[in-house]
Design a protein around this ligand. Structure first.
Ligand code: RIB
Ligand code: CA
Length: 310
């Protein structure tokens, strides 16, 4: 599994990165404004790669603003002002691997790939939309096996009653990507909120040295933030990790093919709507169920690679 990650770290992005590094060949990371501003998400990706012992993985910053919305939406109330609250990480991130904008760098990377790769997007889809807008041709389509997107929901939202954060933050990008006809898979709240990670299980991270301590601190903060939001729960939802799992093991998920549209403005901004008639839309693979027990086992097995050898 060779994959590129487009992320907005973000605490669940951090866990998704830790898992992806052990479950495949992370060829590169692009970052996007989302949970926090674009400067912070880029710095955070570098801070995490240093902690995970993988500073050689190239990381390139992307969009700092949504495609068209004048006002960005952040989630600092969940991930903290830095985007990675809960553990005192090194201040410095990594140098950008290229001066190109993320979507141009992604095109350059794909031109150098000799086999199709997987692309996992765990933040707002601004970078992916800009890429598709500029490189939507067979030369690049031949090099992308799937684009798995953590975002959206057919069953209610987490920012408004109906909209999920990544699609709410840049609804225009989400609508463009899901209507693009590329091999897009949507992993939304329909499945990411099924396998909750019991907070009591975070003690397992104690055997994983510094990485374990970092992830325990980050996820502890994430859990407290959710309680502060009044969503008291004894478990946390690792939305972005579910998208990584769906890319690596789609057979553990139940999918349905649906033509989708994303509401771009107004009270329903960011809401996913099944297109029943009118504008023809390509079918999108939407995850509607997941083997939750398998997922939780898979996450701990993935993190086990950080186990400190006694
Ligand atoms: O709605 C959950 C998504 O929004 C996750 O990707 C989380 O990191 C935030 O970006
Ligand atoms: Ca994210």
């Amino acid at each position: 599994m060779r994959w590129y990650l487009d992320m907005d770290p973000g605490i669940d992005d951090a866990v998704a990165l830790a898992v992806a590094l052990n479950r495949g060949d992370v060829a590169g990371i692009t970052t996007v404004a989302g949970n926090v501003d674009g400067e912070k998400t880029f710095r955070n990706a570098g801070r995490l790669l240093k902690v995970f012992g993988r500073p050689e993985v190239p990381v390139v910053p992307g969009a700092r603003r949504p495609l068209f919305l004048a006002v960005p939406t952040y989630a600092e109330h969940v991930h903290g002002p830095s985007g990675l609250e809960g553990y005192p990480l090194a201040e410095e991130g990594l140098q950008a691997a290229s001066d190109l904008p993320a979507w141009q760098w992604m095109a350059e990377c794909l031109r150098n790939e000799d086999q199709p790769v997987d692309w996992v997007a765990t933040g707002p889809l601004t970078n992916v939309a800009r890429f598709l807008g500029a490189y939507d041709d067979d030369r690049y389509r031949a090099r992308v096996r799937t684009i798995t997107v953590m975002g959206g929901s057919l069953c209610g939202g987490n920012v408004t009653d109906t909209a999920e954060f990544n699609f709410y933050a840049d609804p225009d990008a989400a609508d463009f990507v899901l209507g693009s006809g590329w091999p897009v898979r949507m992993v939304g709240l329909d499945v990411t909120m099924r396998p909750g990670l019991p907070i009591s299980d975070l003690t397992k991270l104690g055997e994983m040295g510094t990485v374990g301590a970092v992830l325990a601190g980050l996820m502890g903060y994430y859990a407290e933030a959710i309680v502060r939001l009044g969503e008291a729960s004894d478990q946390i939802y690792l939305h972005d990790v579910v998208a990584v799992a769906a890319t690596a093991h789609p057979e553990k998920f139940t999918w349905k093919q649906v033509p989708l549209q994303i509401v771009r403005e107004g009270e329903l901004r960011g809401t996913v709507v099944e297109v029943l008639h009118g504008e023809r839309r390509p079918l999108v693979d939407v995850a509607v169920d997941v083997d939750s027990q398998w997922f939780l086992r898979w996450v701990w097995e993935s993190l086990g690679a950080y186990q400190v050898k006694r």
